[in-house]
Design a protein around this ligand. Structure first.
Ligand code: DGJ
Length: 727
């Protein structure tokens, strides 16, 4: 609900458990007065105190009042160069060389339903789900208008924000920074939590008290990156899974981003998030507008768990689009870790037969099917089948797969080109590269200039031809390098600062075209695993390959970190062979299944090479996955412990909306002699109900939550998957 007090110029956004408030003060400065646990009513600007602070200057409107300073006021969208020395949201260069951005309130509008952003991912909602608030700010001297957009999803406690900057003047202006989000908090101690790592070790939570000054994470790799995720949290120092106020902020963006938190000289805190200012410079001609990507906020009064569940609900209901929003996704087998590049039609069909016999529903042909691609040094861009490997091409192969009762899926990497390819030989000028400089290669490949529509058209046409000819019901859209030498031959010198962002817009444009041309095709995002696991991609690809690390024990940490913002239904997770390719570790088959089943389940190994006992396990796992599908895909997710490398078990729980059914998953750590008897306290159950644990006795809900469930003695890396059903 949005309450607009027109007289007081107060805007109050009410969600189920939270309140967000702003007020345009007597000078037209849009103050941020509150964000936190719900408050029924009131003008929260009364909490703001004013004092004459040294070296905090006063705007002209303040006259002789030295207590009024932009440097000390909590602001909704900070300017720059006008006396606020904390993190700026907007940096603008005018024709005359001045860099000041100083915004004042100009008006507001409340609309039913959720606003949309052209060409950019955004949460969506009808008038039943959401409301929109548009607040207009102006900087008259620069002839700039800034529209702050807010989407309020009451049920999910979700508040989205986006920003449109419009040049109303008759001179061009250059944007050097246009944050999507600025959020000021009053003086308090807060912890800053980021999700960091690298390739094969994505999204590990890191938590530390916010120190004075700016702390930031971000990416200048052209992708949101394995190294830092565009999702961050701020929380009370005592906050944990169940307690304390915490704030999660996600950017729906898949390119360079920056998330920064600053603790000021007076201990108040500012969070900003948006496109990374590195190499960003966007020229706005008179009359033109720039839209900064959407940011999404959830505040939880009761710890991280509630915040995550609200994000999960919001993503499932208002970001993943039809038809896959509610459609059952197939169990897949993927050829990558089974064969890498080393396959032919006969080997694939044998693999497919074995897979179909065990109950697999989707067969995914990964890298290596096109051009002369027998390793990763060639052929990207040549999107026609290698007839030596696949006589009859994809139509023949997909027909055989379909005849086995499985759907057919295909790997592509459409943003890339290999120098050893027909495409590169014909169009060497289609790559991003700074003029006169040698290439910086990544996995031997170069990046196509997706800022150029003709290149996107070419890729669309050549790939769509393959999709039209074969019966392809799934696409894995991969992207395997960071961007470097970013320069486009199609863009004038003074506008090269637009290339990174235009590249991302090009990727979104092509994804949308493929989506619309193939409405029933499931697209899985991937960037060397989880290098582009963000809410921007989820708008186009309802699941994303979580990591190239398929070791079940490492995956516990990766999926744990990922779950803070993203629901299990979006996490690509497969059972792979042991010893594991990435770690050399051997984890029992059951455990590999339990971990992969809390994602989009599948296999990534040669099923034909398994023993009969293991094949029987595959059949049982697929059956078990089908039984738990609805619960895992739509239920509430509870993290019960933090994965650690020592002997502690890692546990999590899926609970149905009516709290009558739950699935407890536990994986034990390293084995140590004389291990303690452990109990695990469950959450989210109905304390008044009694639950039958598998075929055993009945357990009262309150006992399970307060005293815990006694774990059996599990050997090293073994698992428990226990159903609890209320009677
Ligand atoms: C990286 C992906 O993450 C893998 O799953 C696989 O598809 C390879 N690329 C193929 O080159």
């Amino acid at each position: 609900m949005i309450i607009h007090d027109t007289e007081g110029r107060i805007f109050t956004l009410q969600t189920h458990s939270t309140t967000y408030q702003m007020k345009a003060d007597q000078n037209g400065v849009l103050l941020h007065t509150y964000y936190g646990p719900k408050i029924q009513q009131g003008d929260l600007s009364r909490l703001i105190r004013y004092a004459d602070r040294g070296f905090s200057p006063n705007p002209d409107e303040a006259g002789s009042d030295r207590t009024y300073s932009l440097d000390t006021l909590p602001q909704e969208y900070s300017g720059s160069g006008a006396g606020d020395f904390r993190l700026p949201s907007l940096e603008v260069e005018r024709r005359d060389g001045s860099y000041v951005a100083d915004l004042r309130y100009a008006g507001a509008q409340v609309l039913g339903g959720k606003y949309a952003l052209e060409g950019l991912p955004a949460f969506f909602g009808s008038e039943r789900d959401a409301d929109t608030l548009v607040i207009t700010l102006e900087d008259p001297a620069a002839a700039l208008r800034v529209e702050l957009l807010y989407g309020v999803f009451e049920d999910c406690d979700l508040i989205t924000r986006a920003v449109r900057i419009i040049n109303d003047g008759d001179q061009p202006v250059r944007l050097h920074r246009a944050a999507s989000l600025c959020l000021d908090f009053p003086a308090a101690s807060m912890d800053w939590v980021t999700f960091d790592g690298g390739h094969v070790k994505e999204r590990r939570p890191n938590r530390a008290p916010l120190r004075p000054g700016v702390q930031s994470v971000g990416s200048i790799r052209g992708i949101s990156s394995h190294q830092h995720n565009p999702f961050v949290m701020l929380c009370e120092p005592q906050a944990d899974e169940e307690h304390g106020v915490c704030y999660g902020a996600a950017l729906l963006y898949s390119g360079n981003f920056e998330a920064a938190a600053e603790r000021s000289q007076f201990d108040d805190i500012r969070l900003t998030m948006g496109i990374h200012p590195f190499h960003f410079c966007w020229t706005l001609e008179p009359g033109q507008a720039f839209t900064a990507p959407e940011a999404a906020l959830v505040c939880s009064p009761n710890g991280f768990g509630q915040m995550s569940r609200q994000f999960h609900r919001a993503v499932r209901g208002h970001l993943l689009r039809d038809p896959w929003r509610g459609r059952r996704k197939p169990v897949q087998v993927n050829s990558w870790e089974a064969f890498y590049f080393h396959y032919d039609q006969q080997r694939l069909l044998q693999f497919a037969k074995e897979s179909a016999a065990l109950g697999v529903e989707l067969f995914v042909l990964d890298d290596g099917w096109f051009g002369r691609r027998n390793d990763d040094s060639s052929s990207l861009g040549d999107w026609f089948p290698n007839e030596e490997k696949l006589p009859g091409g994809l139509p023949a192969l997909s027909a055989e797969i379909n005849a086995l009762g499985m759907e057919f899926g295909l790997w592509i990497e459409p943003e890339m080109v290999s120098e050893d390819s027909r495409l590169y030989r014909e169009h060497p000028d289609w790559v991003l590269n700074a003029p006169g400089r040698p290439y910086t290669r990544g996995r031997c490949q170069l990046v196509l200039d997706y800022t150029r529509p003709e290149i996107r058209d070419y890729i669309f046409q050549t790939l769509q031809k393959q999709l039209d000819e074969a019966n392809v019901s799934y696409i894995k859209w991969d992207m395997n390098r960071s961007l470097a030498q970013v320069w486009s031959a199609a863009i004038p010198a003074q506008r090269q600062g637009e290339v990174y962002h235009r590249y991302v817009l090009g990727v979104y444009d092509l994804l949308e075209r493929f989506r619309q041309a193939n409405p029933n095709t499931l697209i899985e995002g991937c960037s060397g695993g989880g290098g582009r696991f963000d809410m921007g991609m989820l708008y186009y690809t309802p699941q994303i390959w979580c990591s190239d690390n398929t070791d079940a024990i490492d995956r516990l940490t990766i999926q744990y970190g990922t779950s803070f913002a993203y629901p299990p239904s979006t996490m690509g997770a497969h059972v792979s062979a042991v010893p594991n390719e990435q770690t050399g570790r051997s984890v029992p088959f059951d455990t590999r299944g339990t971990v992969a089943m809390s994602g989009t389940f599948g296999y990534e190994l040669d099923l034909g090479a398994l023993s009969q006992e293991e094949k029987n396990q595959v059949i049982r796992q697929i059956q078990a996955y089908r039984e738990s599908y609805d619960l895992i895909q739509t239920g509430d997710y509870y993290r019960l412990s933090v994965p650690t490398p020592d002997g502690q078990p890692t546990a999590w729980l899926h609970v149905s909306a009516d709290r009558r059914t739950a699935l407890l998953c536990v994986v034990s750590g390293q084995a140590h002699a004389g291990a303690p008897f452990r109990r695990i306290k469950l959450r989210g159950l109905d304390p008044t109900l009694r639950y039958r644990a598998a075929e055993e006795e009945l357990w009262p809900g309150d006992m399970l939550m307060q005293a815990g469930y006694p774990l059996p003695m599990l050997g090293e890396y073994q698992c428990l998957r226990l159903w609890l059903k209320a009677e």
